[in-house]
Design a protein around this ligand. Structure first.
Ligand code: ADP
Ligand code: MG
Length: 345
């Protein structure tokens, strides 16, 4: 390479621009490759009516988890749950996983078995089978990569790109708790590092800690939607925070939206902890991430079917693309939602 050729720094690009850059020129060849890059899972045709759903997620020590406060069993559970969540986001059912690990010699057999105890617990919970994987040594640390295979009727698959003007925006559960759990664990870690005689004070924080350490995929919500005969028009799971995910839906669907600040479901403990940390609870819900709740849009006529359901909250509506993507706050002022820079580069 000549000296005049300037290399681009990937940290200026961000995760999504990087993915787009490396995948945009690839053309799908096989008829069975129904939908490739760009949604929560790829969609592979297995018959005229049925599809296979495939997704991969990687967890890396020092980036995605800190073993100072993450029990290996929880980590194993989480690595499966976050993958199952991507199948939920397509309105499908997860059936198999493969698990690949790279482990440095710092880890004992018992440690790896503990990780797998969590993986097996999640396999029980989500009724998925471990059908393969790969194992390697690593120079340092621990990396876990899980792939999940799911199934759905072709007509039931929900993509990110189907939201239409006037659709309602719905979110499941509550948001921001996983982020506050992380803040708390990081704070206690810092206290412990400064003085190892001080034991972590995590009493009363069970909910937010569990949301961080042992998230669940909303397979229950996928079943509710089936029972209620609601087919969302678009859907995504919330791994990177509400703001980032609604932007994905709006971009893929070529629409805008209005979300209402006071409608965003936030647990009381999350709010109190946020205030304690001098953080705005709404900002935590918008940008925190790792809640693994579902964000979806429904037709207005389906509202009566979900009305009063304690697991689902309408937080706004879809608008025309040229209206933009806004959060309306209590004073009725509109704040443009922006993608958060990513944390991992
Ligand atoms: P999610 O947050 O739902 O796990 P990601 O943001 O990780 O999704 O990925 C977005 C899309 O880009 C997905 O379709 C994923 O399969 C694809 N993708 C991510 N990284 C790569 C890569 N290195 N090569 C090809 N496709 C990728
Ligand atoms: Mg996803």
């Amino acid at each position: 390479m000549s000296e005049s050729e300037k290399l681009s720094d990937i940290k200026d690009l961000g995760e999504f621009a990087l993915i787009e850059q490396i995948t945009k020129n690839f053309k799908l060849k096989n008829k069975s490759s129904h939908f490739g890059v760009g949604d929560d899972a790829a969609v592979i045709l297995i018959s005229d009516q049925e599809v296979s759903l495939i997704s991969t997620d990687m967890l890396i020590e020092g980036i995605h988890f800190d073993l100072m406060y993450t029990p290996l069993k929880h980590l194993g559970y989480k690595s499966v749950a976050v993958n199952v969540s991507d199948i939920c986001a397509m309105n499908g059912t997860a059936e198999q996983i493969t698990v690949s690990i790279a482990v440095s010699s710092r880890f004992s057999l018992e440690a790896v078995e503990e990780l797998y105890a969590g993986i097996y617990l999640a396999c029980e919970k989500y009724k998925v089978d471990l059908v393969g994987g790969d194992t390697s040594t690593a120079v340092s640390g621990l990396t876990i990569s899980v792939s999940v295979i799911g199934r759905a009727k072709k007509s039931q698959v929900v993509y990110r790109n189907g939201a239409k003007e006037f659709d309602l925006v719905v979110v499941t559960g509550d948001l921001g708790a996983a982020y506050m759990g992380l803040q708390l664990l990081e704070r206690e870690k810092a206290v412990f590092k400064a003085n190892s005689k001080i034991q972590p004070d995590l009493d009363g924080y069970d909910y937010i800690m569990e949301r961080q350490l042992k998230p669940e995929a909303r397979v229950d919500v996928i079943q509710f939607l089936k029972d209620l005969q609601v087919q969302p028009t678009s859907m995504i799971d919330i791994s990177d925070g509400l703001a980032s995910e609604i932007l994905h839906i709006c971009k893929a669907s070529k629409v805008g939206c209005h979300l209402y600040d006071d409608k965003i479901p936030i647990d009381t403990k999350t709010s109190l902890t946020a205030i304690d940390f001098n953080l705005d609870p709404t900002t935590c819900a918008l940008n925190g991430g790792e809640d693994y709740e579902l964000l979806f849009t429904i037709k207005q006529e389906d509202f009566d079917k979900i009305k009063g359901n304690p697991h689902m909250t309408v937080i706004g509506h879809i608008t025309d693309e040229k209206d933009g993507i806004y959060l309306i706050d209590k004073n009725e002022s509109a704040i443009a939602l922006k993608a958060q820079g990513w944390k991992h580069f």
